[in-house]
Design a protein around this ligand. Structure first.
Ligand SMILES: Cc1cc2nc3c(=O)[nH]c(=O)nc-3n(C[C@H](O)[C@H](O)[C@H](O)COP(=O)(O)OP(=O)(O)OC[C@H]3O[C@@H](n4cnc5c(N)ncnc54)[C@H](O)[C@@H]3O)c2cc1C
Length: 464
């Protein structure tokens, strides 16, 4: 039962079951649950929720349609601003975006906007799967444009460029498209069958996809321009892992989150030896960090069979940047949170394999530039955690390859590509957006940047 202030929560796989499988955790709404939840929406005149959405989805209208069971109108309203609602409904940090602005949030539960978005988008999936049977649209003879990277920024940019009437080619370094949606976010949060529909739909509209094409090695941006691509979008993300530069990081079984997750999500290491990529998960697995990436690693390690999975985080749980739902899920699944703790060194055995992690206790001081309280080391608090695997998930930066091989592209001191308000870089005709510009951020902001750049590319080409 629901009242105005209590949300209908999606049913979920019980924690004991889901610890042992990679299937999605929330089961989705039934139609009646979705309508009940939609009916909690007050349809506020000023709709503050829309201001909380980075791409300004007309949330009030789509929920209004849902209240009247106008499912087609609801999904079309979402598609106006967001072409990946099956994805964003699942992974957006709604609690700090649209739902944080919901007026019901002040007195009870905010309307579950993300879950409603997912419901409406999932309903449309079958129609979209059916449409994939049509032959791909022929775009020959149209003006050529290139997109580098097939993550959310590249997908959104390519889709809009295709709608503007260009012959679009996406060049992707990996053998499989989707960016972080494919190699980073695990199956239990974002089923890969959904990402496949998104990619195949794009190809079906005439967008060409070239896998195993590493820009900067296979060819350069200058070479693309010389091949008559009138404009290029760089959406190559921020996939270069950061480490903490503490002693012992080179020991065996100290992984980056990027490598650990890619082995499982992209190379299917959890099905080794059926797939020929192994991954060591360890009896005691420690994960360093407090964001979505760290939580994804911890929950993956649980599913791979680690007996103990520790999350070592230097601030307190309240400061963790991960989605609230993901923190709750991980704790229910048995992850042990070691908050206010920081590693200072890794110690190994004679053969160079990790044995234990030396940590210190932290306390919180005054807020830093991010507004969060600064963690300060408690002197003399050193202690050891036994761990045979450790996965470092403390952030990532852009891979410098494209900037290194494109002399006209200016970058910031963080290695991100400089762009103007229209997403144009310092090289005429070359645009950029997503994590390569902002540093590691979110799916929805990357998509928004891809769309802004597509509109600017269209204007740029019209003036050529
Ligand atoms: C594990 C994990 C979990 C996350 N969870 C969430 C979440 O819950 N919610 C959320 O909103 N965000 C989440 N994020 C962040 C979000 O996924 C990213 O902000 C988003 O994917 C950025 O999109 P992008 O298109 O800029 O880059 P990416 O998704 O990184 O895509 C870039 C693509 O470019 C390709 N590429 C790189 N270099 C080259 C090259 N030289 N030539 C050709 N191709 C190249 C890469 O292979 C990749 O496919 C998560 C990130 C990770 C890693």
């Amino acid at each position: 039962m629901s009242d105005r202030f209590t949300a209908i929560h999606m049913k979920e796989q019980p924690a004991e079951d889901r610890r042992k499988n990679f299937s999605e955790v929330p089961c989705g709404y039934t139609e009646e649950e979705a309508i009940l939840e939609a009916n909690r929406c007050l349809q506020c005149k000023n709709a503050p929720c829309i201001e909380g959405c980075p791409v300004a989805i007309d949330i009030r209208s789509f929920i209004g349609h849902l209240q009247k069971r106008e499912f087609d109108k609801a999904i079309n309203k979402i598609y106006e601003a967001d072409i990946l609602p099956c994805v964003t409904g699942r992974v957006c940090p709604q609690e700090s975006q649209c739902q944080a602005r919901c007026v019901l949030d002040k007195k009870g539960d905010a309307v579950s906007i993300g879950s409603l978005e997912r419901y409406v988008a999932d309903r449309d999936l079958d129609r979209r799967r059916e449409a994939l049977k049509d032959a791909p649209v022929d775009v020959s003879g149209k003006t050529k444009v290139a997109v580098i990277g097939s993550g959310p920024a590249g997908i959104a940019c390519a889709a809009d460029l295709n709608r503007y009437g260009y012959d679009v080619t996406i060049f992707e370094a990996f053998h499989k498209a989707g960016g972080v949606l494919t190699y980073g976010i695990p199956e239990f949060r974002l089923p890969k069958a959904i990402v496949d529909v998104e990619i195949n739909s794009l190809v079906q509209t005439g967008v060409k996809l070239v896998p195993n094409a590493l820009t900067g090695r296979s060819f350069t941006i200058d070479e693309l321009m010389a091949e008559d691509y009138k404009a290029v979008f760089v959406g190559s993300g921020a996939g270069l892992p950061q480490f903490m530069n503490i002693p012992g990081e080179n020991l065996n079984n100290v992984y980056s989150a990027n490598e650990f997750l890619t082995r499982v999500n992209l190379m299917k290491a959890h099905r080794y030896p059926e797939y020929d990529t192994p991954v060591k998960h360890g009896k005691n697995c420690a994960v360093i960090g407090g964001g979505n990436v760290a939580l994804d690693v911890a929950r993956t390690a649980i599913r791979l069979g680690s007996e103990k999975v520790y999350l070592i985080y230097r601030r307190s749980q309240e400061e963790m940047p991960a989605r609230h739902e993901e923190i709750r899920h991980a704790l229910e699944e048995g992850m042990e949170l070691l908050a206010l703790t920081n590693p200072v060194a890794y110690h190994g055995d004679e053969s160079g394999f990790l044995e234990k992690i030396e940590c210190v206790k932290m306390e919180l001081g005054e807020p830093d530039d991010s507004g969060r309280r600064r963690p300060i080391v408690k002197e003399g608090s050193n202690f050891f955690i036994e761990a045979d695997v450790c996965v470092v998930s403390v952030g990532s930066t852009p891979n410098p390859l494209i900037a290194m091989t494109t002399p006209l592209l200016e970058t910031t001191k963080w290695g991100t590509i400089k762009v103007d308000d229209n997403g144009m870089t310092t090289m005429p005709g070359v645009f950029a957006g997503g994590d390569i510009v902002t540093g590691a951020a979110t799916v929805i902001t990357a998509m928004g940047a891809g769309r802004t750049a597509a509109a600017s590319m269209h204007e740029y080409i019209k003036k050529l």
